[in-house]
Design a protein around this ligand. Structure first.
Ligand SMILES: [Zn+2]
Length: 431
């Protein structure tokens, strides 16, 4: 059997997968016995725990809880060495702590749709319920799982702490037998970069492709692969990625929060049921239509359509979804909440309000660069000189960006600041 076929079948059927996983574990057993136990092995089984959470409330008040713990019955796809999130980014964070000592074993920052809902007119007063799904390494012993959110000073505080002691509420509910349909040579090349723990695993969820011919479907998968790897820094990391394609309904609809082009899903549990055991350091939902639009939320998921601008739009969205980067453009209609004009630095690495510029890209700035930097004329498709240019994060005044042009502003290449962060984030998954 050729290697590609083995890789594809590995993920197709869970029973086969379990057998092969056991076989792999058996092969690796002597390593565990002879080698020193790693931090990861000390605390985690190597499996994946899925937390289906509910978050309910408005801007006035909100609560969050874990509705059910699910054994994803899949090997842990994230890093086994980069367990703690080094970035102070995202409005929320999940933290797994040793129940006895309180020591932090695993953490990841992220954002969600509720954060955006709070800023809508309805969300200021009307309470609404949102699904959220978190994946963490399966703990070996008793742990405390903290769901954190930012307080008004942007500090992360425990919002809910749940004890977990192996009480699984559900096994994986449905088995998705269809979730790899990769037959062309080109696509196969991208999925065989196992092992999972040192690759950035991207799960593409293909919505609206039922009834599409195989050849057309493969063509779209091929196009999305090239879109993903079309721009730096993703281009240079092609070999560091595993790609998976899953067909099904992720529940994405346009007109999210009344914005015509904003296409997102509220059905996170359905999305993760569909993913089943598919490894996913990041999820990209692809819509089978050519309408302009999409969206992305940091460490949550990204959405793209097949619009002719997808080659530019998707990398921009991945800037948000993977990098946690801010928009560098100005749009006074969106600066409703005066988000970035506060006494605190914005969380995103690529904008500053000069409250604490040291913590941002000063280390990259050439000596003698004036702060703020006067605008210069830069051709389309170039960044121009690094500086601190006014107009970013939707505001024309008081918020600054690193370059005249950038992917996060006008689809130019990612500026050095954005690129530095994306490199660092990718590094979190491939080491
Ligand atoms: Zn940038």
């Amino acid at each position: 059997m050729e290697e590609d076929t083995i890789t594809a079948s590995f993920w197709r059927y869970s029973s086969g997968m379990r057998t092969k996983t056991l076989f792999l574990l058996w092969l690796l057993l002597p390593l565990f016995l002879c080698g020193q136990e790693t931090e990861f092995d000390r605390w985690f089984t190597g499996g994946t725990l899925r937390l289906d959470c509910l978050r309910e409330g408005s801007a006035l008040k909100d609560t969050v809880w874990v509705e059910r713990f699910i054994d994803r019955q899949a090997p842990w796809h994230g890093s086994r060495t980069q367990l703690l999130d080094p970035f102070d980014n995202g409005d929320y964070r999940v933290v797994v702590r040793d129940a006895r000592t309180g020591r932090e074993l695993y953490s990841r920052g992220y954002s969600n749709l509720f954060r955006e809902y709070k800023d809508t007119p309805e969300g200021r007063t009307e309470s609404k319920r949102f699904e959220e799904t978190l994946l963490v390494p399966m703990p070996k012993g008793k742990v405390l799982i903290a769901l954190q959110k930012r307080d008004k000073d942007l500090r992360l505080k425990d919002q809910a702490v749940i004890e977990y002691n192996g009480q699984i509420n559900a096994k994986r509910l449905t088995l998705n037998t269809e979730h790899l349909t990769l037959n062309t040579k080109r696509l196969k090349r991208n999925i065989k970069h196992l092992p999972l723990n040192t690759k950035f695993d991207v799960a593409f969820v293909m919505q609206g492709f039922e009834g599409v011919s195989d050849s057309e479907y493969q063509q779209v998968c091929g196009r999305m692969t090239e879109v993903l790897f079309g721009k730096e820094p993703f281009k240079s990391h092609r070999e560091d990625f595993n790609l998976y394609f899953v067909k099904g309904d992720a529940g994405v609809e346009y007109n999210t929060f009344g914005a015509d082009r904003y296409a997102m899903t509220f059905r996170l549990w359905q999305l993760h049921d569909l993913l089943g055991t598919t490894p996913c350091d990041h999820i990209i939902i692809v819509l089978n239509n050519e309408k302009y639009g999409g969206g992305a939320i940091y460490n949550f998921y990204s959405v793209s359509s097949l619009h002719k601008m997808a080659e530019s739009v998707l990398p921009h969205e991945l800037g948000h979804g993977i990098g946690g980067l801010a928009d560098e453009y100005v749009d006074e209609d969106l600066s409703y909440a005066d988000l970035h004009r506060t006494q605190y630095e914005p969380l995103e690495p690529n904008i500053t309000n000069l409250v604490d510029f040291q913590s941002k890209w000063q280390h990259l700035l050439p000596a003698g660069t004036p702060v703020p930097t006067p605008d210069v004329k830069v051709p389309r498709g170039e960044n121009g000189p690094l500086g601190v240019y006014e107009g970013a994060g939707y505001s024309s005044k008081g918020v600054y960006r690193p370059a005249m042009r950038c992917m996060m502003r006008d689809y130019a290449p990612f500026c050095p600041v954005c690129r530095e962060r994306l490199e660092a984030v990718i590094g979190l998954y491939i080491k």
